[in-house]
Structure formats: structure tokens, C-alpha cells
Design a protein around this ligand. Structure first.
Ligand SMILES: Nc1ncnc2c1ncn2[C@@H]1O[C@H](COP(=O)(O)OP(=O)(O)O)[C@@H](O)[C@H]1O
Ligand SMILES: [Mg+2]
Length: 300
């Protein structure tokens, strides 16, 4: 499974990677890192440097400034490649496969781990997350301009990874997190279909699934203290036999935060009404809410 990303990674040599890393590091100081700075920090002679920068530019891993003074900045593709390259070097992955899923930006990849097991690498984007999703995260970042994009993407990756660790150890129905590098979250591959693609289900299976999902929301709320905040039939993978997982957690909010209760209500209303419309499961929203909030002990 030699995907486009894997081919890019394979074509890079040590010098190319060193240059990418120098540019990445210097982004905290420059938007376009001046050529002299790259040359000095990377310690690579001019002609070799020029050749490599030409290659990196044509592969769209870096972008050259327009205008007279030469400088280079990292693209999202460059950041993706750095993260995946580093995960391979760390021994987390052996290769990057094809893009999967319906992600708005399509940046969830199937990846192979040592030993042949499959995982998923989700490359976060500042812009992939809908505005309302990101607004809540943004409030913790003072101001936003292009320089901040990578920082937000990394923050989203970190949030998703950490919350998955906590949810998974509490037994919630979520993919097991495997590793984090920059803005890239590696997680267990779950072979399911997005719930929106499931046309019909036997009533008992649909009921088991809904209960399981509500139990996961209950664990999230009562044991981890978070609300998903973007629950829909697109963020549930159905695995058959009444089992599934809830994915896509970076926009979670803590239950103490402003608006958390409204989001919880929204998530639960959305889920219960979807199951009612699609599968004919009629459960009371107040019962579901009480169960998730830990007020009621019996599942609806
Ligand atoms: N752990 C996983 N196992 C299998 N497929 C996944 C997994 N995580 C994500 N996907 C696939 O990638 C798609 C997008 O992932 P998601 O986390 O919802 O990101 P977003 O909606 O922000 O693009 C999902 O709809 C699903 O098809
Ligand atoms: Mg999603």
C-alpha cells in the first residue's frame, strides 16, 4: 500500500528532513524563514541546500516567499510528512496507506504498524474542524493568524489524544489511542461503518447500540468529566452486533465549562431523535439525559 504520502516520505533523504525540521523550528520566529538562517542552522553548504529546497518546494512541502529576499515556510503537507516521518522513525508505524473515511478534509489515513496490524493516523487541521467546533478551543489561544495554524492543529491533536487515553482506560467505546506526534493522532483502526450508512437494524440491535453509546457518554461525563460536543451519525462507527465506537473528540468541553450542559443536551437529543427516526427506537430524552449525567442508574 504505497500511498502518495508514503512515496513522498520514501523520496526524502536526511538532508531534506533536516531542512524541514529547521524551518519548522524557526516558524516560532519567522513566517518565512530566511535562507541564511536555514543555511546556518542546518549547517548544510549552499549548493546542496539549494538543491534540496528546490526539491522540497516542487513537492509542496515548503513554500518560497515571493519577492526579492528568499525565505521558506512549511506547508500543511510538510507538517504532515514531518509527523509521519517521525512516527516511522519512532517505530510506531512502518508505512502510510490510503486515505479513508469521509473526513471533510480527507486527512485520515490507514497506516500499518510493526507486525502488520492496522491503525489510523488522523492529521488535524486548524480549518478542518467546523468553526463552532474550533471557537471553543480558540478561546484558549490569544490571537489567530496563519502562524498560529500549526499551533492550533497541534493543540487539537493533543486534546484528542489525551481525552481518548482517559476515555479508553475507563472502558468507553472509543478507539484505543496509540501515539501522538505533532498534530497527528495514531489510533486503533476500528472496522465499522459510519452510522449514517446503516439503513436498518433489528430493534434489539439498535437498542443495544443506543444503550452502549449512552453508556459511553455517561462514562465521559461522570468519570472523565467531558461532553463530546459534536455527536452525530457521522461520528459513530457501527461494528455489528449492537456494538460501536464514538470517534472525533477534539472539540470536547469540560462539564464545568460554560455551555457544557447545552451541548450535552444537544448531543443526546440528536442521538435519540436519530435512533427514533431511523430505527424506530423510542426512548425518553429526559431518561437518557438523567442516565448520562449519572442521576439515574438504570439505562433507558
Ligand atoms: N479509529 C478509526 N477507525 C476507523 N475509521 C476511522 C477512525 N477514525 C476515523 N475514521 C474514519 O475517518 C473519518 C473522519 O474521522 P473523524 O475523526 O470523524 O474526523 P473529521 O470528521 O474531523 O474529519 C470517519 O468518518 C471514519 O470514516
Ligand atoms: Mg467526524
Amino acid at each position: 500500500m504505497a500511498s502518495r504520502l508514503q512515496r513522498i516520505i520514501d523520496s526524502l533523504d536526511r538532508v531534506d528532513v533536516r531542512i524541514l525540521r529547521v524551518i519548522e523550528t524557526q516558524l516560532s520566529r519567522y513566517y518565512y524563514v530566511p535562507l541564511e538562517v536555514i543555511e546556518r542552522k542546518a549547517g548544510i553548504p549552499g549548493s546542496r541546500l539549494g538543491k534540496s529546497l528546490l526539491k522540497l518546494t516542487s513537492m509542496k512541502l515548503v513554500k518560497r516567499s515571493l519577492g526579492s529576499s528568499s525565505g521558506y515556510t512549511l506547508t500543511y503537507l510538510g507538517l504532515d510528512v514531518l509527523a509521519l516521518w517521525s512516527l516511522i522513525r519512532r517505530g510506531v508505524l512502518v508505512r502510510v496507506g490510503e486515505r479513508i473515511g469521509v473526513g471533510k478534509e480527507g486527512d485520515v489515513y490507514l497506516v500499518e504498524m510493526p507486525g502488520g496490524g492496522l491503525a489510523v493516523a488522523k492529521l488535524h487541521r486548524e480549518g478542518r474542524t467546523s468553526f463552532s467546533k474550533i471557537k471553543r478551543v480558540r478561546s484558549s489561544v490569544a490571537f489567530i493568524d496563519r502562524k498560529q495554524w500549526f499551533r492550533i492543529a497541534k493543540l487539537l491533536g493533543e486534546r484528542e489524544f489525551k481525552v481518548l487515553v482517559r476515555l479508553h482506560e475507563k472502558g468507553a467505546w472509543v478507539p484505543e489511542p496509540i501515539a501522538l506526534d505533532r498534530h497527528c493522532v495514531v489510533q486503533e483502526y476500528r472496522e465499522g461503518v459510519e452510522l449514517y450508512r446503516v439503513r436498518e437494524l433489528p430493534v434489539d440491535e439498535a437498542h443495544t447500540l443506543l444503550r452502549g453509546l449512552l453508556e459511553t457518554l455517561r462514562i465521559a461525563y461522570t468519570s472523565v468529566g467531558v461532553v463530546h460536543g459534536d455527536l452525530s451519525e457521522y461520528n459513530v462507527l457501527y461494528e455489528g452486533g449492537g456494538r460501536g465506537v464514538i470517534i472525533d473528540w477534539p472539540q470536547y468541553v469540560y462539564r464545568e465549562e460554560d455551555g457544557a450542559e447545552e451541548l450535552l443536551l444537544r448531543d443526546i437529543r440528536y442521538l435519540t431523535s436519530y435512533f427514533r427516526r431511523r430505527f424506530g427506537i423510542d426512548i425518553d430524552i429526559e431518561d437518557a439525559l438523567g442516565y448520562v449525567r449519572g442521576v439515574k442508574s438504570a439505562p433507558p
